[in-house]
Design a protein. Structure first.
Length: 103
């Protein structure tokens, strides 16, 4: 019985994290040459694993430097950042469905 309760709590916590948190991956660019992964509170238009490139692809059907910059600025302005971590290419590729956008 105790194991069932613990398993249920783990599921509830996992669902809460998945619906309330975003892992936002900023690829290496001029302003942030080493890239960054940010844990932040989720916004309406962000996914659990997301990036400025993925947002541009969803909204505009393509990625440009202007869109990338505006997506990053909009996200940073409108949410609370919980933690800043090193860049993760693996998470970036998850956010873009395996696509790379180099400028």
């Amino acid at each position: 019985m105790r194991k069932l309760i613990v398993a249920g709590l783990i599921v509830i916590i996992a669902i809460a994290v998945y619906t309330q948190i975003t892992l936002f991956v900023v690829p290496p660019i001029g302003a942030v040459p080493e890239g960054r992964t940010v844990i932040m509170l989720r916004l309406n238009k962000t996914n659990f694993v997301d990036s400025p490139d993925a947002i541009c692809e969803r909204i505009q059907g393509g990625v440009s430097l202007l869109c990338r910059g505006m997506a990053m600025a909009g996200v940073v302005k409108n949410t609370k950042i919980i933690a800043r971590l090193p860049y993760s290419e693996w998470l970036y590729l998850i956010s873009t469905d395996g696509k790379r956008y180099d400028f």
